[in-house]
Design a protein around this ligand. Structure first.
Ligand code: G4P
Length: 533
């Protein structure tokens, strides 16, 4: 197969959802169809149950499991499908946001009864920012859910995207009969089946055909009427889907394996192959001959005896080959990898080559941080790997002066890994950890002790929001902070950050300082802009 063909057949995506909507179940069913696993139940749920906020063993288990499920690759219908896993727990949302930079599209799972939930909105917000193509799967149709019209309305309003149903449900809950696939003109009848694959699909181009009444009886007229009404939704156009302007919607039940195959078949047909990515030297196309890729996730110290780290790199152009020297622009050094790995369902395999769209795991001894790129000589960096404004802040103190070095190192490595963000305040070199969830503080405290032997404590700080301050006028930045020294900190790249106590203060600061830009997310920056080859 040529390189162009290899690229064209790749589908790299993430399944995202509010916890409990059915992401794990759907992933598992995809793997079943892909032949990557043989039985349902083989993919462990990787969610930390909501109650277990301080259960360290759960955290460790989650880290262990999530390495093997970080990327699940399989072959299906001539395509190489790469599913990138995202953590379910909301405290790890930032990890999810970063993973979304490494995919070309997403499938969003929504619970038919609960509709749009908090995490659904946030995750979708990130996709909208990046114009990521989204397919929506409305799950749990076997349960009493909301009316499909109401659901679609809610999706449009709350997710700020136009939707176009490609299938339509025939009743719901206890009387759920199946779906009519308007896209293919097929009738797919439901029979509950948690382990096998139900495949009762009939071609049915014309709903007026009286045969429909025989098949679904009194639901036939209801279906005709609803499909007629549903024609008011915009017509599906692939270019609009690819531009992230419209989201095709499917209905089904992941648990019952229903509607999943249609979703997967349509997905591989319409979802984008690897897309170009923006870099400091312009657009990088998958077809470009030279290798480039970026690290979006790091797993460190899974085995404390070995200090091993795996950096997950998305290949963006060229071909990645093992034992070949590549350039690490941030460090200005060359590295080669003798045992790069790829993931097949829940196994790791050594690989010789990887193509754009693939994710390779690189064993690393501390040379990578999130956002790093690897090239064949160019000094470019990829754009758009976000760090989000944290909302919880604590000062972290080292309790054992003899372990100061380990404390500094641990803090640096854990924040390189993206567990939380680190800010420094002067005078006194105060270290402030900013996170999006409580759980990260437990993770940091636990891992600093476990992996670096550093005992730390936290002191709560009353800041509400961090935002990056930026301006063409450097004097204006200085002036702004002149009377706000207590609220000034620097991020790891030495950029000034304003820590606001309240939304009121933040708004006032924004209103009074028109020369400044207040940014609530920042690109992870590792470089001085734009050095050409
Ligand atoms: P998540 O990864 O998005 O957090 O969700 P997950 O797949 O773990 O599913 C959450 C719960 O919803 C699970 O039940 C799962 O069995 C159930 N579920 C998923 N799809 C469907 C569906 O189509 N219909 C129905 N009725 N239920 C569905 P649980 O009791 O929390 O876990 P488990 O003990 O069954 O694993």
């Amino acid at each position: 197969m040529t390189r162009t063909e290899e690229i064209a057949r790749r589908r790299t995506f993430a399944i995202i959802s509010h916890p409990d909507a059915g992401k794990t179940t759907l992933t598992e069913k995809f793997l079943l169809f892909g032949g990557a696993i043989q039985t349902a139940g083989a993919v462990k749920s990787n969610k930390i149950k909501k109650s277990a906020t301080s259960d360290f063993m759960e955290i460790e288990k989650q880290r262990g499991i999530s390495v093997s499920t970080s990327v699940m690759g399989f072959e299906y219908g001539g395509c190489r499908v790469n599913i990138l896993d995202t953590p379910g727990h909301k405290d790890f949302a930032e990890d999810t946001y970063r993973t979304l930079t490494a995919v070309d599209s997403v499938i969003l799972v929504v619970d038919a009864a609960k509709g749009v939930e908090e995490q659904t909105e946030k995750l979708m917000g990130v996709c909208r920012m990046r114009n990521t193509p989204v397919i929506i799967f409305i799950n749990k149709m076997d349960r009493e859910g909301q009316d499909p019209f109401d659901l679609l309305d809610e999706l449009e309003k709350k997710l700020n995207i136009r939707v176009t149903p490609l299938t339509w449900p025939i009743s719901k809950g206890a009387t759920f009969k199946g779906v009519y696939n308007m896209y293919r003109g097929e009738l797919n009848l439901f029979s509950p089946n948690k382990t096998g694959i139900s495949d009762d699909v009939k071609a049915f181009a014309d709903l007026a055909d009286p045969a429909l009444d025989q098949i679904i009886d009194r639901y036939a007229d209801q279906l005709r009427e609803e499909v007629e009404l549903a024609s008011a939704f915009p017509t599906y156009k692939r270019e609009e889907y690819l531009a992230g302007e419209i989201a095709p919607v499917f209905f089904g039940s992941a648990l019952n394996n229903f509607g999943v195959k249609e979703l997967l078949n349509t997905f591989i047909e319409i979802a984008p192959a690897p897309r170009p990515r923006l870099s400091s030297t312009g657009e990088v196309k998958p077809e470009d001959a030279k290798l480039s890729g970026f690290v979006f996730k790091i797993h460190a110290n899974l085995d404390p005896n070995h200090r091993d780290r795996i950096a997950f790199m998305r290949v963006c152009s060229g071909v990645f080959e093992k034992n070949t020297f590549y350039h690490h622009p941030r460090l200005g050094k060359k590295y080669r990898f003798s045992t790069p790995i790829m993931f097949q369902a829940n196994e790791r395999n050594n690989v010789e080559t990887a193509y754009p769209g693939d994710v390779v795991g690189l064993y690393d001894t501390g040379n990578f941080k999130i956002g790093d790129s690897l090239t064949e000589g160019s000094n470019m960096f990829f754009k758009g790997i976000p760090a989000f404004s944290p909302e919880l802040f604590r000062m972290v103190e080292n309790n054992d002066p003899f372990r100061a070095k380990q404390f500094e190192k641990g803090l640096k490595q854990l924040t390189d890994e993206g567990v939380a963000q680190l800010f420094t305040q002067q005078p006194g070199n105060r270290k402030i950890i900013g996170t999006v969830g409580e759980l990260q503080f437990d993770v940091i405290q636990f891992r600093l002790m476990q992996e670096y032997g550093a005992k730390v404590s936290f002191r709560s700080l009353a800041y509400l929001k961090a935002c990056w301050i930026d301006s063409e006028d450097e004097a204006a930045v200085e002036e702004f902070f002149r009377y706000r020294k207590d609220h000034l900190a620097y991020d790891k790249d030495d950029r000034p950050v304003y820590l606001a106590d309240s939304l009121w203060m933040l708004q006032r600061a924004i209103d009074e300082n028109p020369k400044l830009r207040f940014q609530f997310s920042s690109e992870i920056m590792l470089h001085e802009e734009t050095e050409q080859d």
